[in-house]
Structure formats: structure tokens, C-alpha cells
Design a protein around this ligand. Structure first.
Ligand code: TMP
Ligand code: ASP
Length: 237
């Protein structure tokens, strides 16, 4: 596989073409941002850890019959994935109240929800990723009713698999964000699932093992990310 031209740079990743029009290469960076890019920094070896974590979790999901964009990890920072036509929606799944749900409801962080809550956001930094609903998505033409239903179904399935897996390694999966795209007409899981895109709390100490450490200036971000990849690799690698 030949690496081709640079296509796109996001906040945490770069994308390159390959000699196969249906495949792109993702390169994970150490750059960290929060609040739609207003806060900037780096987390040591974050790119290496997120590449590894995401690929191991995507392979776990594939084993459970959930299609992802993952094809092959090439090296520490580079992974080949199916080229998706990204649906510009962020699908957030929540098991425990935290972050913006706590702010929106006035309920304390840490309260377990009686069932998972799925939220939809329009992926647009300039607009600060506003929360939207399925009417907006359909009427704006971002996805069809069937595609919205499929994202919802997959979000619940992915949550069931990941929640159980994280529980088995002593971590509470508080909430996380997913992005989907179209590949050969199918709705396929893309982007990444990593400590950047999940809230992960140690089951015993409730210590935060995710990007909230960066967002909230708590320190020890790199150590937290290392702890997550260490526990995942002990089971999945
Ligand atoms: P929130 O509580 O800030 O809405 O975040 C919910 C989850 O989504 C949390 O696990 C972090 C993740 N997330 C992203 O991956 N990207 C984002 O831009 C935001 C705002 C949240
Ligand atoms: N997407 C947000 C940003 O880069 C990061 C976050 O809060 O997760 O600003």
C-alpha cells in the first residue's frame, strides 16, 4: 500500500490518500484541543495510545458483528481505514450523568442513568457542535430516517459491548462520542473511540482516565491514557 497525497488535517488526526481509492490512512497526532479548539495543548504519546486503543476496540466490535472502518494498523501512529462519506453528526451515548448533561439538567455528575441516553450533535466547530434532533438531520439532508435509525441501533449495540468490556477491566464507561459514515451504502462506524472521545472512570477510585483531565486542567493526562491502554492490552492484545 502506497501512501498518497495529504487530504485533510483535523484537530487530532491527519488523513492521507492511498493507491486504493476506497482506503485512506489516518495518522494520529499528540495534539489535544478542547472547547472547539479554543484550548490547545499536547498529551505525550496520545497519538500512539489512541491509535492502539481505537484499533483494539474496533476489532472487538467487529468480532461482535459491528462493522467499523478499521482495516489494518501499519505502525504506532498510522492505520488504514475504509474511506467513509462521513455523516456530519456526533452521536453521544451516556450511561452516567457527566459533562454537558450535568450542566443541562443541573443534576450531579456520577448519577447512573436508568437507561442509556443517546444525543445527536451537528459536527461543526464554528457553531460549537450544537445539539440537534432527528428532524433537523432529516430536513437538513444530513442523513435519512433509515440512516438515523441505524446510527441509533448501532450506538446502543456498541454501548452494550463497550460498557461490558470496560467493566471487565475495572473501568466505568460514563459516556462517549461516535461518528458514522457511509461505505458502499452501509452505515459504518468511523473516526476513533479513545480516551479523547470517552469518559472513563476507575471503578474503585472513580479517578478520571480520559480527556477531562486535560479539559479541566487536572494534570497527569499522559499517565491516565497509559493506564487505559495498559488495561485494554492486557485483555485484547
Ligand atoms: P459532553 O458531556 O461534553 O457533551 O461530552 C459527551 C462525550 O462526548 C464525552 O465522552 C466527550 C465526548 N466528546 C467528544 O468526543 N468530542 C466533543 O467535541 C465533545 C464536546 C464531547
Ligand atoms: N472536540 C473538542 C475540541 O477539540 C474537544 C472535546 O472537548 O473533546 O475542541
Amino acid at each position: 500500500m502506497q501512501v498518497g497525497e495529504f487530504l485533510y488535517e483535523g484537530k487530532a488526526k491527519q488523513i492521507f490518500a492511498t493507491d486504493d481509492a476506497k482506503v485512506v490512512l489516518i495518522k494520529y497526532k499528540d495534539d489535544a484541543t478542547a472547547f472547539d479548539g479554543q484550548k490547545k495543548g499536547t498529551i505525550v504519546n496520545k497519538g500512539i495510545i489512541n491509535n492502539r486503543v481505537s484499533n483494539l476496540l474496533f476489532q472487538l466490535l467487529e468480532k461482535e458483528g459491528i462493522e467499523t472502518h478499521f482495516i489494518k494498523q501499519l505502525n504506532e501512529r498510522d492505520t488504514l481505514v475504509k474511506k467513509l462519506a462521513i455523516i456530519p453528526i456526533e452521536v453521544v451515548v451516556r450511561n452516567v450523568i457527566a459533562g454537558s448533561l450535568s450542566q443541562r439538567t443541573g443534576k450531579a455528575e456520577g448519577v447512573e442513568l436508568s437507561e442509556p441516553v443517546v444525543e445527536l450533535y451537528y459536527k461543526n466547530d464554528e457553531l460549537h457542535d450544537p445539539m440537534i434532533n432527528e428532524y433537523h438531520i432529516r430536513v437538513m439532508g444530513w442523513a435519512t430516517t433509515e440512516q438515523i435509525q441505524e446510527m441509533d441501533r448501532l450506538a446502543h449495540e456498541i454501548n452494550a459491548v463497550l460498557k461490558q468490556f470496560y467493566d471487565s477491566i475495572g473501568i466505568i464507561l460514563v459516556d462517549f462520542k461516535l461518528e458514522f459514515g457511509l461505505y458502499e451504502g452501509r452505515v459504518v462506524l468511523g473516526d476513533e473511540i479513545s480516551p479523547d472521545t470517552c469518559r472513563l472512570w476507575d471503578k474503585v477510585s472513580l479517578e478520571k482516565l480520559d480527556k477531562d483531565r486535560f479539559r479541566r486542567d487536572m494534570g497527569k493526562e499522559a499517565e491516565a491514557y497509559q493506564e487505559v491502554v495498559k488495561r485494554i492490552e492486557a485483555v485484547l492484545a
